[in-house]
Each structure stands twice: as structure tokens, then as C-alpha cells.
Design a protein around this ligand. Structure first.
Ligand code: ZN
Length: 396
């Protein structure tokens, strides 16, 4: 594991010391301050064979996303077995792979980012962490905080999937349900954190959630034989997964670990009832405007203005990607389609992506021969109440 060289601001490129816990850039002159990226000196790995480096790293008890510990901070991990999730081939589409993030601890991709954020929090000696969440980050923070013996203070909308509330309470977190959206929860954390002594682990307001999520990029490339696919579809709420994967691609190229080729087109998928990134993309804008009256049963997509909007939009542009929205009806139809025809119980966020794939195939944006990775960011089982409601299904 390499020592962290410095933290770099995405906006102004200032270098910030990693010796003490950091949130966002302290050097950006104007608001909002830029998110911080973790940078290392990886020159000793340049030209190595990834298979050999990983084999060395996984000889002990380290597996899961820690198979990439040679490109993660030098610390003792707080781990519950996150990462190295299956990549499953579709039975119907020859070139479609589903990255099954529902196989993570707490049932979603959020485990990766929060495993690393809590690992670093323990390393820094932080005692109280706070997070606003659309649901799944809450469950993941609660679990890792419990594993690390750290307090978790969680703020989430009152109507999150019930599983998110139950798990957070079961893990012993301090849970507050808020009448509002994640943006309202974020405001409360922001107002109270100083007085309460909370460290804010909000999406893109601390550097290590991106760093944990980048392992998804390493994994999909390794699982495809150290090659890029043609496109990656990602359900985009806060967008950290997309941002983390793009960072992984940059590092993989520096290391020479990926076969030379074009980076995948990054396809950001949102719900029609909350699509700030799609609206900004369509308008050719570099920032999102707050989406009013956000509403969708894909709880993770109810993010009216992602903090990382500028980064997400930059990545879409750089990759030749696009942003598109699907309706809740299309999401539900795709949940049932994939459950009945493939045996996958997708989360609503995951099914937004499968629905979007169908659309882009139908309109010719993608060809059936294009190799694509669709992210199912969470297990459908975490959403039984909201999916049942959408299906108008009642216990007999
Ligand atoms: Zn800055």
C-alpha cells in the first residue's frame, strides 16, 4: 500500500496535506469548494503486471476490494468483505454484463466508499461521523462505524426504503428521519456539525469515498481481461461511482495495467422525476440547477443537485457519454423483465440502467455488438416495500 502523497482539489488543483482529516478544498477562492482527490506516487508500479501485484497483495487475508491495496492508502482496513462483486453475463444480450453490486455488505455499492471513509476516520482518530443520505449510504456508514467502534449520526428522508431505516437502527446509529430530501438532510448536517463535533462524510465532501468507489473501475477492467468495455451505464444520484471509476481508468493507464484502447463512454442514468444532470447535459451546461419537487421510487436517484455536478458533466463530455432519464414506469417494467427473464432482482436504480440500455439500443445510439457494463448498484431486496408499492402488490 502506498503512502498518500497529497490531496488534490479537482477545481483549483491545490495540493492539501493528508496528515489531518480533510473535507473539501480550503484553497478555492469561491464557493462551492472543490472535491479532493487522493494522489500517490505510483511510479514503482509502472510497467508491472497487475496479476502479479494483486497475487502478492491477496496472499494474506485481504480480498474483496482490498486486492487493489497497492493503489489504496497505507492503513489497516475496516472491512466487512466489500468489493470483488460478480460480473454476470446477460442471457439475452451477448455483449451485456451486469456488475452485481448488490453482493456487497449492506447490499449496495455504498459499502466500498464508506469502508474506506471509515477506515481513514479510524486512522485519523475521529470519533463521530455524520452523513446525509438518500438511504443506502446510511446503512453502509452505520455498518462500518459499528465495525470500527465509531459513532454514526445519520439524516435521511422519512420515506426512504424501510430496510435503510431498520438496518441503521440495528447497527446502533443515531438516526434522524427528515421531512424532506437529501438536500434538506445535508443542510441539517452542515448547520449542526461544528457544535456537535461531527466529521461530515457526505458524498464528495471527504476524499475517501471516491477512493473506495474507484475499485469498481479496477474490478470491471480486470474482470473483462484488463480491457475497457465500450460503455458503462451508471445510475447517477450523487455520481461518486462514475467519478471513482474515471479516476481508476486514469490510474490504470498511468500504470500500464489496461490494454491500450479508448476509455468507455460513460452513460449517466437518472429518473425522469429527478434528472438535474440530464437537464444540464441537454442544455450544454457545466453545472446543475436544483431540481424542484424531486420524486421517484428509485430512492438513490433522488438527489436534486449533486455536489459533484461539474465533475460528472466533465466526465460525460470527455468520454463521449450521455445522460438520459427513464420514467418510474419504465424502471418497474425493467425490474420485472430482468427478474423474470434473467433471474436478477435489480434495485430500482439498477433497473433504470437496464431500461436506459433498451432505449439506446432501440434508437441506435448503441449497437448490439457494443460491449457494455450495466451497474446494478444495489440488491432489489433492500427495496421490497417500495417495489411492492409500485407493483400494487399486497401481502395476501
Ligand atoms: Zn480548490
Amino acid at each position: 500500500m502506498p503512502p498518500i502523497a497529497y490531496l488534490e482539489c479537482y477545481r483549483c488543483h491545490a495540493r492539501i496535506s493528508p496528515q489531518t482529516p480533510q473535507t473539501v478544498c480550503t484553497q478555492c477562492g469561491d464557493q462551492p469548494a472543490g472535491s479532493l482527490y487522493v494522489r500517490y506516487d505510483l511510479s514503482h508500479l509502472q510497467g508491472t503486471r497487475p496479476q502479479e501485484v494483486i497475487a502478492q497483495e491477496t496472499s494474506g487475508s485481504s480480498a474483496g476490494m482490498w486486492r487493489y491495496r497497492s493503489v489504496l492508502p497505507e492503513v489497516r482496513p475496516v472491512t466487512l468483505g466489500e468489493g470483488w462483486t460478480p460480473i454476470l453475463k446477460s442471457k439475452r444480450y451477448a455483449n451485456v454484463f451486469v456488475k452485481e453490486e448488490g453482493a456487497n455488505p449492506t447490499g449496495t455499492f455504498k459499502a466500498r466508499g464508506l469502508a474506506l471513509a471509515v477506515t481513514m476516520a479510524r486512522h485519523y482518530g475521529l470519533r463521530k461521523l455524520a452523513v446525509p443520505s438518500a438511504g443506502n449510504a446510511a446503512g453502509a456508514l452505520a455498518a462500518y462505524a459499528a465495525a470500527a467502534g465509531i459513532e454514526a449520526h445519520i439524516f435521511m428522508p422519512r420515506d426512504v426504503p424501510f430496510a435503510n431505516y431498520v438496518e441503521a437502527v440495528a447497527y446502533g446509529a443515531n438516526v434522524t428521519l427528515v421531512d424532506g430530501l437529501i438536500s434538506d438532510c445535508a443542510r441539517i448536517v452542515g448547520e449542526r456539525k461544528q457544535q456537535e463535533g461531527w466529521f461530515d462524510v457526505s458524498t464528495l465532501k471527504e476524499p475517501f469515498r471516491i477512493e473506495g468507489k474507484k475499485t469498481m473501475g479496477y474490478e470491471l477492467v480486470e474482470q473483462l481481461g484488463w480491457e475497457y468495455p465500450d460503455a458503462v451505464f451508471y445510475p447517477t444520484g450523487g455520481g461518486v461511482g462514475l467519478i471513482g471509476m474515471w479516476k481508476a481508468f486514469e490510474e490504470l493507464e498511468q500504470l500500464g495495467w489496461v490494454r491500450p484502447g479508448k476509455r468507455p463512454r460513460m452513460i449517466a442514468v437518472q429518473a425522469a422525476g429527478c434528472a438535474p444532470v440530464v437537464r444540464a447535459y441537454d442544455a450544454g451546461s457545466s453545472l446543475c440547477k436544483m431540481w424542484e419537487n424531486a420524486s421517484t421510487f428509485a430512492a438513490g436517484l433522488r438527489v436534486p443537485k449533486p455536489y459533484g455536478d461539474a465533475i460528472i458533466l466533465d466526465i460525460l463530455k470527455a468520454s463521449g457519454g450521455i445522460a438520459l432519464a427513464v420514467t418510474d414506469e419504465e424502471i418497474l417494467a425493467s425490474i420485472l423483465d430482468w427478474a423474470r427473464n434473467e433471474g436478477f432482482f435489480l434495485s430500482p436504480e439498477g433497473a433504470s440502467v437496464t431500461a436506459a440500455y433498451d432505449k439506446l439500443l432501440a434508437d441506435g445510439t448503441l449497437k448490439p455488438t457494443d460491449r457494455v457494463v450495466l451497474f446494478n448498484t444495489g440488491a432489489g431486496l433492500k427495496y421490497t416495500d417500495v417495489i411492492a408499492e409500485a407493483m400494487k402488490l399486497q401481502r395476501p
